[in-house]
Structure formats: C-alpha cells, structure tokens
Design a protein around this ligand. Structure first.
Ligand SMILES: [Zn+2]
Length: 155
C-alpha cells in the first residue's frame, strides 16, 4: 500500500467501502435475530427495554421507552399458526410415543396431555407474537416501513 501511494496509485486503489458506509439504509439495518429475541422476551424489538404487550397478546400502541410505533404490526394469525406447529410437533409425538410404549389409561393420558398442551399453547402464543412483531420490524414490513427512531408524540 505504501509503495503504491508513492507511485501515485493511491487514489485509484482506495480500500473498499463497506456497504454500511455506502448506503444509509443498510447502515440502519435491523438484526432480525435480535429483534425476534427481544420480541420473544415480550420486549420492544427496537430498544429491547419497553414492553410490547399491554395485555396477554394485545400490543401496546407504542413503546414506552423508545416511542416506537407498534401499532403497525400485522402479526394476524401467524402467532397461533406458529404455536400450533411448535406444540403439535413437540407434544403430540411425545404423547403418541408414551401411548405406544406405556399404554397408560385413557383418563391418565387426558389428565397429562390436555393440561400440558393448553399450558404450552398459552405460554407460546405471546412468545410467538412477540417474535413475529420483531421479525416484521426488522424487515420493515407493514407499518414498520419507515419507523427507525421515532419521536412521535401524537397517537
Ligand atoms: Zn422500544
């Protein structure tokens, strides 16, 4: 590099600019993994501190810490869909395996699996929804298209 500089070639061989330096929009990139992780902890995908939900799965209109407008998400039926897939693929095979191996009484199977499936479903639903909101925010989907650092005070 030093030799090239003295040969007058320096201006032509500039170090490659990273994409973050070149494109402003990429510099403001959002990590989907981090956003989904924050959402799974029911925290705001942007700051990771404010709560996403005001109720069980009811999202806040905006983050109480960073003021991110959370009303733009469209998780819709993706969280229940995801919850059904996860619970169905984990608990149902286990229930079937236990039935095949131990052949417990029917009442015992109901007593074990029914509460477990209900608890797992209720536990996973807000986690799935938080992850979905985080994923949508990270990908600027729906109402998160231009919501980087919002300081909106109006509702
Ligand atoms: Zn926030």
């Amino acid at each position: 590099m030093g030799a090239l500089y003295f040969m007058g070639l320096e201006p032509h061989i500039r170090p490659m600019t990273t994409k973050t330096e070149t494109f402003g929009e990429i510099a403001d990139s959002r990590s989907w993994a981090q956003a989904m992780g924050r959402g799974m902890r029911k925290k705001c995908p942007q700051c990771g501190k404010g709560a996403v939900f005001s109720g069980y799965t009811k999202t806040q209109p905006k983050c109480g810490v960073c003021n991110l407008d959370l009303s733009g998400h469209q998780a819709d039926d993706a969280p229940p869909y995801l919850t059904i897939i996860i619970v169905g693929h984990i608990l149902i095979p286990v229930a079937l395996a236990v039935k095949q191996v131990f052949e417990p009484a029917l009442w015992l199977q109901f007593a074990i699996w029914l509460p477990l499936i209900i608890i797992a479903t209720l536990w996973l639903l807000p986690i799935s929804k938080g992850a979905m909101v985080g994923l949508q925010w990270a990908n600027r989907m729906h109402g998160f298209a231009d919501s980087s650092t919002q300081d909106k005070t109006d509702a």
